[in-house]
Design a protein around this ligand. Structure first.
Ligand code: DI6
Ligand code: FE
Length: 410
């Protein structure tokens, strides 16, 4: 065909692949299109469909997918990957029967990581965070959410968020940041939770917002964290800066955190082992995503499962995150979470894969990621697997062959 007749200029085409589009408009499981091709122009997907229908693009660069599987780039929508120090000692304590809550009440837990994180320089924190981000990337993660929450004063919260931003600026990784000042009461505010909330509302959050360091505002609504009333104050402040909210809710007990975050049209409610039916209904109404965190469930030897049947019955979107952190989920692998979502939460492998693609994108407000469809960002992974379910079925092998983020091979 002559040059004039060629249609659109694209940068490359991946041919001979089975594409797990995860596009809800595609009827097959995983939105699968077999014997497919994907064309990329700049940072965007220009076309996807059966290879037999591939338009005659003006393109010199073709990549043979060798019959392998292509999925959207994976999205880890809940991490605490900026921190210093280690909680190995607490791991040993918990193995002898001391609970996570007891350790927190004794001044360990989150506060132990706060002490180490406050003492670390921005460069030290960056080095630690970069290594962890690269570990996630090695298994196909192209977008990640990173929370603050181990600073617990204005200066150190700002430091953490700057580190998170720097991870996004220096690696081929999309980073969404969340301000989690309301993660725990710092030692200097012991017994004065309301005063600490005032500091967050009057000083820390305004500074973070003015510096543009947060994409969302998070909190820990729990007996060992903050009450729903205290969290509501932070959420009101977030609203005044037009920042979306999300919440660690119903992790250890039912505090009606899901209803609270739903009232604020929150992006997500996370953990949710103790979620009630009224919480589920509120989340459905507001379109708040249920982010389930099998790593924390597993590490804390939790036995109460999130209400999977209710979430399904009410058609709440379910996402899966690593919750990577030094206390309750020292597990730096989203692939492991796919496996655990299936084995522990009895999610189908397709539900689990949706949870780290299309639904994780929704949880982060990433409207142009999470599916392979025309116009979306060209974030995708080529996997050496024989069936899409292998992404959840295996662990300890890394079938990732190639990974593109916004049209560029990493
Ligand atoms: N719930 C969690 O699982 C993490 N934060 C939270 O509110 C744990 C954070 C930690 O233990 O360091
Ligand atoms: Fe968390």
């Amino acid at each position: 065909m002559s040059h004039q007749q060629k249609t659109q200029l694209v940068d490359f085409v991946v041919t001979n692949v089975n594409v797990m589009t995860l596009d809800p408009t595609q009827p097959a499981t995983y939105g699968l299109i077999q014997d497919a091709a994907v064309a990329v122009a700049g940072s965007k997907i220009a076309w996807v469909g059966e290879e037999a229908d591939l338009p005659d693009f003006d393109c010199t660069h073709t990549i043979d997918g060798e019959g392998k599987f292509l999925s959207p780039g994976l999205i880890d929508c809940h991490t605490h990957l900026v921190f210093a120090g280690s909680r190995a000692n607490e791991f040993e304590q918990r193995l002898t029967g001391v609970s996570y809550e007891e350790i927190a009440r004794q001044g360990g837990g989150i506060i132990s990581t706060v002490n180490a994180t406050r003492a670390a320089s921005e460069d030290e924190l960056y080095k630690l965070a970069k290594t962890r981000a690269e570990q996630l990337m090695s298994e196909g993660v192209t977008s990640v959410e990173i929370k603050s929450g181990y600073g617990l004063n204005t200066e150190s919260e700002v430091k953490m968020l700057k580190v998170a931003r720097r991870v996004g600026e220096t690696l081929a990784l999309t980073v969404k940041t969340s301000f989690l000042g309301a993660h725990a009461i710092p030692p200097e505010f012991k017994g004065r939770g309301d005063d600490y909330i005032d500091l967050l509302c009057e000083e820390a959050l305004p500074q973070v917002a003015e510096l543009g360091l947060a994409d969302a505002v998070d909190g820990f609504c729990e007996n060992i964290g903050f009450s729903a009333e205290q969290i509501a104050k932070i959420f009101d402040k977030a609203k005044s800066y037009d920042l979306p909210v999300k919440l660690h809710a119903e992790q250890l007990s039912d505090q009606s955190g899901a209803e609270l975050v739903a009232n604020y049209q929150g992006l997500s409610a996370d953990h949710l082992e103790y979620l009630s039916e009224s919480g589920v209904k509120a989340m459905k109404q507001s379109g708040t995503v249920a982010v389930l965190l099998p790593g924390a469930f597993y590490t804390l030897s939790e036995t109460k499962l999130p209400p999977m049947d209710l979430l399904r019955e009410h058609k709440v979107d379910i996402a899966i995150g690593s919750d990577y952190n030094p206390g309750s989920s020292p597990l730096c692998s989203l692939k492991l979470m796919l496996h655990m979502a299936s084995t522990q939460f009895k999610m189908t492998p397709e539900e689990a894969v949706k949870g780290v693609t299309v639904n994780a994108a929704k949880a982060l407000g990433l409207t142009n990621k999470g599916v392979i469809a025309t116009g979306f960002d060209a974030d995708f992974c080529l996997w050496d697997i024989q069936h899409p379910t292998e992404l959840a079925y295996t662990f300890g092998v890394n079938p990732l062959v190639k990974c593109w983020r916004e049209g560029k091979l990493r």
